[in-house]
Design a binder for this molecule. Structure first.
Ligand code: SF4
Length: 435
């Protein structure tokens, strides 16, 4: 007897690296003998949309994506999962054409739910409260097999006044170190050379198991086959001297730190509910530069938080200008229902927010250029990507400089020593390969 034809399934992810990592894990749970994975741009029988709800723009993009797939393949089964699905399940269920809504914990059971269901007249919602800490579901992504994202931690207990993540993902939790070492070994056996450590608040690793983040890194670097570990982002108060020293002394941990600052004004940091003053942040940056002078250093910053005056914004600008950062990620404040910030007075107009964002984006460009020029004529190790872009192959140095070289398929997925030559475009450099 012939097997029934495989169903075509497509995945679409919005939001952060953690979401991409989790989509990878969800997609591996669909058996290959029953489901054929196809690109989201093509006709599919099933679409799984993993959503984000970090800003109101993110919410809008989620709704647009849902409608796009419904129009692209009328009659396809539409499953919406992830943070937006956790926070606003009924809102999504009311969109005509949506069949299934799965929250933060339930999304990892998508294969079971979808196998059991047919196209619905009304969406089915499975989304439980995440206020209690849910289970930790290990996740890693393979992507194009250049690097893998390994989720080491989920949730957050910090309660910053603007943030919906604790509402969507629950309390901080992590698995034990042995579980993550085993996952890293699986990733190594797939021939992947770089692991990006991801989570909601990775520096908080160990809270639920009595370990520390540095302790985790100590064990991970022993995994054979993985040559580079990059820490995706770490809160400034968790970037300890011990961790900086470990990174300085261990060439497998890349000299690149992305540190959320959010404001360079102490009054705003207090309103945001952040756990440090700006002096702590600058102290961490100085310590990194003291131990690893060429480290790449990035920071997140929010403009237009309620109550931010021109003087506060200027303080933030001057503070950031004074620090040896290599780039900034600038976010415009957006009010999220259910957060403390949504009830705060002193709203900043859209126009003012935009002006402040443009100023900081300009500062970021200037800082990035200075950082690239500082690295000119230096040697570095580059992991080359497997994708071709406009006749070029690209990759990242240890300290997160994007480089490009005329396409050569033999370089794809390899780590090579290069000499950085000139700026090529605004944010990358040309190179010579030296071995
Ligand atoms: S540290 Fe603050 S901003 Fe970051 S996830 Fe936790 S609550 Fe949100």
């Amino acid at each position: 007897m012939n097997n029934p034809p495989r169903k075509k399934i497509a995945f679409h992810t919005l939001g952060c690296k953690l979401n991409f990592t989790e989509t990878s894990t969800i997609s591996r749970s669909f058996p290959e003998d029953q489901f054929e994975r196809v690109p989201a741009s093509s006709q599919a029988d099933i679409y799984v949309i993993n959503t984000c709800s970090v800003t109101d723009t993110a919410d809008r993009k989620c709704k647009q994506a849902i409608r796009k797939f419904i129009n692209q393949s009328p009659g396809a089964f539409i499953a919406v999962v992830g943070c937006y699905a956790q926070l606003r399940p009924q809102e999504i269920a009311l969109i005509p054409g949506v069949d299934l809504v799965l929250g933060t914990n339930e999304k990892f059971d998508a294969a079971r739910y979808i196998s059991e269901l047919g196209k619905k007249k009304k969406a089915e919602v499975h989304s439980c409260e995440v206020s209690a800490s849910g289970p930790f579901i290990p996740s890693w992504s393979a992507g194009d097999r250049t690097r893998s994202f390994l989720k080491v931690q989920d949730g957050c207990d910090y309660g910053c006044s603007y943030c919906t993540i604790p509402l969507a993902r629950g309390q901080s939790r992590n698995p034990d170190i042995g579980t993550l070492v085993a996952e890293a070994e699986t990733i190594a056996s797939a021939g992947i050379k770089e692991i990006v450590i991801t989570g909601v608040n990775v520096g908080d690793f160990g809270k639920s198991t009595g370990d520390t983040f540095t302790g985790l890194m100590r064990e991970l670097v022993r995994v054979r086959g993985i040559e580079r570990f990059r820490i995706s982002s770490i809160e400034p108060n968790l970037l300890t001297d011990e961790l900086i020293a470990f990174c300085a002394d261990n060439s497998k941990v890349l000299p690149h730190f992305h540190i959320p600052l959010q404001s360079g004004c102490n009054r705003m940091l207090a309103l945001m509910g952040r756990r440090y003053r700006r002096e702590l942040f600058s102290g961490r940056v100085e310590q990194v530069k003291r131990r690893i002078p060429l480290a790449g250093l990035g920071a997140d910053v929010i403009t237009g938080f309620p109550g931010e005056t021109d003087q506060d914004a200027e303080e933030t600008y001057t503070f950031l200008e004074s620090l040896p950062l290599s780039y900034l990620h600038v976010f415009t404040f957006s009010e999220r229902p259910g957060t403390r910030a949504s009830g705060m007075t002193g709203r900043v107009t859209r126009e003012t927010k935009d002006i402040r964002s443009r100023m900081l984006t300009g500062l970021s460009r200037k800082k990035h250029k200075e950082f690239l020029l500082l690295n000119k004529n230096r040697t570095a190790g580059v992991l080359f990507e497997r994708t071709r872009s406009e006749g070029m192959i690209t990759g990242y140095t240890e300290n997160y400089i994007r480089v490009e070289y005329p396409w050569n398929s033999a370089l794809a997925g390899t780590i090579r020593k290069v000499k950085l030559k000139e700026l090529s475009g605004e944010n990358r450099m040309s190179i010579d390969i030296i071995d």
